[in-house]
Design a protein. Sequence first.
Length: 461
Amino acid sequence: MKVVEEEQRIRVMEGPWDAVSVIREIVESGQQEDPFYVFDLGEVVARYHKWKATMPRVEPFYAVKCNDDKLLLTTLAALGTGFDCASRAEIETVQQLGVRPERIIFANPAKMASHMRHAAAAGVRTVTFDSETELMKLKQYMPEAKLVIRIRCDAAEAQCPLGIKFGCDPVADAPRLLKLAAVLQLEVVGVSFHVGSGARETAVYARAIHFARALFDMGACVGHVGMRLVDLGGGFPGNHDTSIDEVAEVINEALELHFPERSVQVIAEPGRYFAAAAYTLAAVVHSKREVVSKLEDSDVAETSTMYYINDGVYGSFNCVLYDHQHVVAEPLREHDDEPLLPCSIWGPSCDSLDCVITDTRMPPLAVGEWLVFRDMGAYTLPVASPFNGFPVPRVRAVIDHGLWGIVKELWPLTEGHFMIGGRMTGPQREASPSPPPVLLEPHIPNGQQNHRALFVECALK
């Protein structure tokens, strides 16, 4: 007998559906008041296969910081990805799922001593560095580590530039650090870089791979004869209307030019590529007010509506502040032929900083209407907090029935983890302390499956 938590339930969908139709079904139950996400596992699976088809030499090591939802991590682990971890907690999280230490890169160039000791004890060996200080710490706490030197090579434009914080100069600093590592008898096995999260330039990958080749040759000259790893970092697009085809072409050509030998392992650290489009957020308008202001350099007054929703910048929309995201709101209800009027959208807290969208146009909304926000899986949930007493949105996971039949075989699950159930509706918090569902290992003979909606119960380990 196994008890499965409500948060781990995955609804298996039959027939035509999309994230918005799932949101509509939940909302129409009349029992949902708090904001919530719909997480489409099929989007993650599709993106994994797209990655493998377009960049077959590059192994994805998912950046856990982007979204540490355990169900997302479990799905990626089942597909075979590695993981880019930056802390002890992230290492513990993925290892609790059964991920082997060799599938983890400790990719924080400035690590805390206690985290280094934990990584060493956990068997994680591949780590990054970009300074003399870090080399000295590695000598003290992880002398058996396989070191990867992180260089700086910034994209001309990126959503979040990272070179201002991490990465040594590939010409002025990296050769000296390679020599120092050799003197300290530390093993450097590769080169890494990060062009910037949400990079908007593809040619930067070719420049960085060129630098990596030069450092491989330099490393061999100073004693690092076993260099065999190139880490392309992140920066890959993830929204539903983007593609990795262009960047994949640049990377594939650069790898063939500079690293034609297949003995060199190539990895990357995609985050938003896997997470962003898989999550769709729903939030409700709980209040509104009209404000009148004069247009700039004019005596003409304009009326604008301030809409208040039950999620904000201290919750899911922290991405507006920290990840520089431009979010787009869509009314869940159809507004045929209604005019688009000036408005702004605000979060629920009592802080004037809590503004989700400062200036946009939408049809007139009534209190109680729901808004949908797509591409909300990246750098949202991990930073969300219950500030001012407002709950962090719950995640409702779904997968298509046809895909479920394949994916479930990848997970360490038995038939006891599945049950037939009804609609996934109801409030975020239970109204009364009812007991959790108990599964009794149901047996469904082949060919006699009931084609009602199914729920997959995942025991996350």
